[in-house]
Write a protein that binds this ligand. Structure first.
Ligand SMILES: Nc1nc2c(c(=O)[nH]1)N[C@H]1C(S)=C(S)[C@@H](COP(=O)(O)OP(=O)(O)OC[C@H]3O[C@@H](n4cnc5c(=O)[nH]c(N)nc54)[C@H](O)[C@@H]3O)O[C@H]1N2
Ligand SMILES: Nc1nc2c(c(=O)[nH]1)N[C@H]1C(S)=C(S)[C@@H](COP(=O)(O)OP(=O)(O)OC[C@H]3O[C@@H](n4cnc5c(=O)[nH]c(N)nc54)[C@H](O)[C@@H]3O)O[C@H]1N2
Ligand SMILES: [Mo]
Length: 784
């Protein structure tokens, strides 16, 4: 594998079969059920499919590995899943396996040319394998030897030269043990997928409302008068959220969608779990659709704040919740002064919206007595993301939309346990109370200095400051930004360890020595313990903690559960007489939960409460008591200057999105049904007028150049597709476009890559791909 070469595409453009149809205006319905079942049966057969889908999101069953949207505690349906949840389960349940024979047949050189779609489709990893410097192939290794190798490498280095990455499927118990392992070793190098996802939400919410999480329950969504869905594509990424929005609409609530793309799920929803949804006309969802420019949300919420304050001035006491503001918040006067004037010309330029459109939506806000703002990655992955979310908090505070039914802030999380992992202490910037509690419980001395987040990890790779990189799930090489820089760095590390369920790109661009350790997934039965069958727990996007237990026979007898893998890595590192009894935890997850109950607030009596019917809800001061545990003990209004994305002449703003057939870097197929795109993924969606102005035509084959502070990044061979996106704003799929995101293009404060904030231009594709790739890597090598 050569350094500096662009990664193999997810799907090869030379073999694709691109078709473009009109985008859909409704989501789900019977088609969704059929697609899900077909896929599940093809992967796992009828019996396994029935066994798994009937247990999905059910009492005593397993938590859907799809997304972090909560299940209803009171109205759980017999089949509580969606098309994409079923696809995620099918992906894990496959009967195909990847073992010694596979690794003997395919060299790394060959695998590095394979598409990600092909890699993932090979099946479940079935035995541990290793590749050492100079080897051309991975080959089997025993578990004992694998752990010895890890222990040797970690001990031979200093603690801060090891990095422990987590992807958000990791259950609470595993996450707790994993962060304990890092801290007992002496490092806070605990980057996670959240650094690339909702970190901006935490960075904005912690200082303003005193908690880095959302403040609503599922019942609040049902009972709300007005819900904003900002920068989110729930029809694909959180399909069960559509049922909740439907319930809100049925009760008379209104929905405002804010998105540069007219996503199908925002407009009409046919609930596939009701008869009327399958045969009837469905429920219209968004009452107002604001087709905002990428990066224009800060301007929008500043304008909304301005309009609410102006109305309050005209009719005092009708809009602003003055008694709440006086009793519970700080900074209102400065905020009011800053929002006194508004430059409408600039607001219209920043948002691409008209003054009338913004005034209409402000009117809805003024009339609503209970408003919720939901948001996802459309607002978290831009330079000014933290300010945008703080501005959304301002507007919520203004009307007292905290701690009352149907109101609040709702960052909609991605990975099914990404929120729980953070609660368990997976964070490179731990709070002092956590470290103190860990030190007291285990008699260790946790390090106090901060560790690396995801982007800092990439920089540390480049500076040769990492010897060991352990990845608990995930696919770091394709998930993070600046793919070429990242992959070159990753290959310089002494040891990479991937605890995974399926082969992926990170296994191919490995460190000098590399281990792939196959593990049980959510749906697998975990019963190889002296104490019998074990279960785990997760926390959803609304802070509900509940158990999850797989029941399917694992595809191989050589898989180990994640908590066991962590414990054995720790034992191999610290030896058998360590202060922490790793073996006891690995053998009985109740022991882990007992520790958690003494270390993490809100988990008191964990073992008893996790066994109750619907689990339990973690304390949430803004929601529970309308109070804010910030450093000043009050909710905080903030003032941010106006900022938006202004690309240089001849450039568009590029954002990256997920297709309907993918789970982050895992691909179920090549179709994006709701957007009308099928058979190919190397596309850039562009407004027809932008195409004409830039001198291109629909379906032109181009290379894409992104520019960031004078540095260019390139990606080859994309097809331009005329699409009804906001003008000036293009869209491409993640991770094909990650190579275009410069490593320093990040959100301020949260350090989240600017995955929705690239400035790009197109050049007609002429060179052959190989030649183009070689010359680009040469150019990159000479430039650095
Ligand atoms: N099936 C499936 N489910 C998933 C995932 C998956 O890959 N597949 N991934 C999971 C994960 S980890 C996550 S984090 C979530 C992600 O869930 P989403 O945040 O819905 O994911 P994205 O595809 O990134 O979509 C971002 C949306 O924001 C819009 N957008 C882009 N820029 C802007 C902007 O500047 N302003 C506004 N207002 N909107 C903008 C885009 O048009 C798009 O509709 O989904 C989770 N669920
Ligand atoms: N351009 C662009 N890039 C992005 C984003 C974007 O919107 N645009 N979104 C970002 C976001 S929100 C996220 S969350 C990250 C995602 O980053 P990651 O979480 O690192 O990536 P995934 O693709 O979810 O990880 C897939 C791999 O996880 C492993 N896996 C699956 N299930 C399990 C399990 O139960 N246990 C273990 N141990 N392994 C398992 C499989 O081997 C699979 O190959 O990507 C980020 N990158
Ligand atoms: Mo995510």
């Amino acid at each position: 594998m050569k350094f500096g070469k662009q990664p193999a595409p997810v799907a090869d453009i030379n073999e694709d079969n691109l078709e473009v149809h009109k985008p859909k205006t409704e989501a789900a319905g019977i088609k969704a059920v059929m697609v899900a079942l077909e896929r599940a049966v093809a992967q796992a057969g009828v019996t396994r499919t029935a066994q798994s889908l009937l247990r999905l999101n059910q009492q005593g069953g397993f938590d859907c590995p799809g997304c972090a949207w909560p299940e209803s505690a009171t109205k759980r349906k017999a089949a509580e899943f969606c098309e994409n949840g079923a696809k995620a389960v099918a992906e894990e349940n496959t009967l195909r396996t990847v073992g010694a024979e596979f690794w003997a047949r395919h060299s790394i050189a060959e695998l590095s040319g394979k598409t990600e779609y092909w890699l993932g489709n090979q099946g479940r990893l079935s035995e541990p394998v290793v590749i050492r410097e100079g080897d051309t192939h991975y080959s089997p290794i025993s578990w004992t030897e694998a752990f010895e190798l890890i222990g040797e490498h970690i001990r031979a280095s200093t603690p801060d030269r090891s990095v422990f990455y987590t992807s958000g499927r990791t259950a609470n118990e595993t996450a707790f043990m994993y962060q304990l392992f890092a801290r007992a070793l002496g490092t806070n190098n605990l980057p996670d997928c959240s650094n690339m996802c909702h970190e901006s939400s935490g960075s904005a919410l912690n200082p303003t409302i005193g908690i880095g999480k959302g403040t609503v329950s599922l019942e609040d969504i049902h009972d709300s008068e007005l819900i904003f869905v900002v920068g989110q594509n729930p029809g694909t990424n959180h399909p069960r959220m559509l049922s909740a929005l439907k319930e809100c609409k049925d009760k008379g609530g209104k929905v405002v969608a804010v998105n540069p793309l007219p996503e199908a799920g925002l407009f009409n929803f046919k609930d596939p779990q009701t008869v009327s949804g399958v045969v009837g006309g469905g429920t219209p969802l968004a009452d107002e659709y604001l087709q905002i420019k990428v990066g224009g949300d800060l301007a929008l919420f500043q304008a909304l704040g301005h309009l609410l304050l102006a109305e309050e001035e005209r009719n005092p006491g009708t809009v602003v919740d003055r008694s709440f503001i006086d009793a519970q918040t700080d900074g209102f006067d400065a905020y009011r002064d800053a929002r006194q004037e508004l430059d409408w010309a600039e607001t219209e330029k920043a948002t691409g919206l008209s003054r009338e459109q913004i005034e209409t939506v402000a009117g809805m806000l003024i009339r609503s007595k209970a408003t919720i703002f939901c948001w996802a990655l459309g607002v978290t992955q831009q330079p000014h993301s933290v300010d945008t979310i703080k501005e959304m908090v301002n507007v919520l505070l203004l009307q007292g939309n905290f701690g009352k039914p149907g109101a609040g802030a709702c960052p909609v999380r991605g990975h099914s346990n990404v929120q729980g992992d953070r609660t368990m202490g997976i964070w490179e910037k731990p709070k002092e109370w956590l470290l103190e509690a860990l030190d007291k419980e285990f008699a260790i001395e946790s390090p106090r200095h901060h560790g690396h987040d995801a982007v800092e990890t990439m920089a540390a790779f480049e500076r040769d400051e990492v010897d060991v990189f352990v990845s608990m799930g995930g696919n770091f090489s394709l998930a993070c930004s600046d793919t070429e820089t990242l992959e070159a760095g990753m290959q310089r590390i002494g040891l990479t360890v991937h605890v995974s369920t399926k082969p992926n790109r990170s296994h191919v661009v490995h460190g000098r020595t590399s281990l792939i350790l196959p593990t049980l997934g959510r749906t697998d039965k975990d019963d190889k313990h002296a104490k019998g069958v074990q279960f785990l727990s997760v926390e959803d996007s609304m802070s509900v903690v509940h158990s999850t237990q797989g029941r399917l026979a694992p595809v191989s007898e050589h898989l180990l559960a994640e908590p066991v893998i962590v414990a054995r890595m720790a034992e191999a590192t610290f030896g058998p007489d360590h202060l922490v009894d790793w073996r006891a935890m690995a053998g009985d997850y109740d022991v882990v939960r007992d520790h958690i109950s003494r270390v993490i607030p809100g988990f008191e009596d964990f073992n008893a409460r996790i066994r109750t019917k619907n689990g339990f809800v973690l304390p949430n001061p803004p929601r529970d008591t309308r109070s804010f545990k910030t450093d000043i003990g009050r909710g905080r209004f903030t003032v941010s200057p106006l900022e938006y994305l202004s690309p240089p002449h001849g450039h568009l703003v590029l954002q990256t999105i997920r297709s309907h057939d993918q789970y982050n870097t895992t691909f179920y197929g090549l179709d994006d049904r709701y957007r009308g795109i099928s058979g190919g993924r190397r596309v850039i969606l562009v407004h027809p007028e932008d195409l004409a102005e830039l001198g291109f035509q629909d379906r032109d084959l181009v290379d894409v150049v992104s520019t960031f502070r004078g540095h260019d990044r390139q990606a080859y061979k994309f097809r331009l597709v005329a699409y009804p996106t906001a003008k000036g704003c293009a869209a491409a799929y993640f991770p094909e476009a990650n190579a275009l995101v410069h490593k320093e293009n990040v959100a301020r404060e949260s350090n989240t890559p600017g995955f929705k904030a690239m400035f790009v231009r197109f050049v007609p594709h002429v060179a052959e791909p190989e030649a183009a790739e070689e010359s680009a890597s040469l150019a990159a090598a000479t430039a650095s």
